[in-house]
Design a protein around this ligand. Structure first.
Ligand SMILES: Nc1ncnc2c1ncn2[C@@H]1O[C@H](COP(=O)(O)OP(=O)(O)O)[C@@H](O)[C@H]1O
Ligand SMILES: [Mg+2]
Length: 271
């Protein structure tokens, strides 16, 4: 893969007032690349994703080092500018899609507001929202539904439809399928793969599920105690793990873990 770096973390530490909970020497995500971030509970996966989005500072974190997105330094960036990048260049696919939508508004209202906030006219926003839904395999008419009228999988696809309508280059997903059944999970993974094929969207996918990551991602970085224990092509990492924490994750997997395209009910990426 010869694409240019899209996201570069160098010597990044994150602390919440005590010892750093994250110390990342180097983590690089290239354009179009799917990078899985794995690790046991408490390893620092969520903190990594939220720090990239500039959201840990809201929780009182101190971030040092360098995080560059398309060459632009995010550490120390004014909140206004960061907010503009979230939604135009990068976006979060949340763990719980219901949290991304107001329970008292049709989902389309949330989608249209986000698009208008990022510079679309009303007419453009409507067109883009409908196109995003179609790409996500959902009828545009679902935009007039309330969150409780959609299944968890449909709501998650709506959240991804919004991100695709915004045209972001980087999606950060934190356990986006952990609340979904296996079929809905495979649909989400297929949708992410389609977004990359159509728009070159890169993905930072946080999960403790190595089988899921191996089926979807090009590379996997395994965190342990806030540090990168290993960072290698997905197929190599799951077939010949080096770090003890990776071996533990593999041993704890509910089903055998194989390389890309295999092992997960026919392979999430190809489903
Ligand atoms: N807002 C916070 N305040 C204090 N400590 C936190 C906060 N968020 C996370 N941590 C700590 O950072 C470490 C990594 O947490 P997290 O990134 O949530 O791990 P993971 O997602 O891998 O389970 C944990 O020790 C956790 O207690
Ligand atoms: Mg987490």
């Amino acid at each position: 893969m010869n694409d240019a770096p899209l996201l570069e973390l160098r010597d990044v530490t994150v602390d919440f007032g005590a010892e750093p909970v994250l110390r990342i020497g180097e983590l690089v995500l290239r354009e179009r690349e799917f990078l899985g971030v794995a690790g046991e509970s408490g390893a620092g996966k969520t903190t990594t994703g939220l720090t990239v989005l500039g959201l840990t500072r809201h929780a009182g974190a101190r971030v040092t080092g360098s995080i560059r997105l398309a060459g632009e330094e995010l550490v120390g960036m004014p909140e206004r500018r960061l907010r503009r990048l979230r939604g135009s260049v990068m976006a979060l696919v949340p763990q719980n899609p219901a949290a991304a939508f107001s329970p008292v508004l049709p989902v389309g209202t949330t989608v249209l507001r986000a698009l208008r906030l990022h510079g679309c006219t009303r007419a453009q926003a409507r067109l883009r929202a409908a196109a995003g839904m179609e790409r996500a395999g959902l009828p545009a008419a679902y935009l007039s539904r309330f969150p409780h009228q959609l299944s968890g999988g449909q709501l998650q696809r709506t959240a991804i439809a919004l991100a695709s309508a915004l045209g972001v280059r980087l999606l950060v997903a934190d356990e986006p399928t952990s609340s979904l059944d296996v079929t809905a999970q495979a649909r989400i993974c297929a949708l992410l793969a389609e977004l990359r094929a159509a728009h070159g969207t890169a993905l930072l996918f946080v999960s403790h599920d190595l089988a899921l990551l191996a089926g979807l991602c090009d590379r996997i970085a395994v965190l342990h105690g806030g540090r990168v224990a290993e960072d290698r092509p997905a197929a190599d990492l799951v077939t010949a793990p080096r770090a003890a924490c990776t071996r533990r994750l593999l041993a704890a997997a509910p089903r055998p873990v194989t390389g890309p395209g295999g092992g997960r009910d026919g392979g999430a990426a190809g489903a």
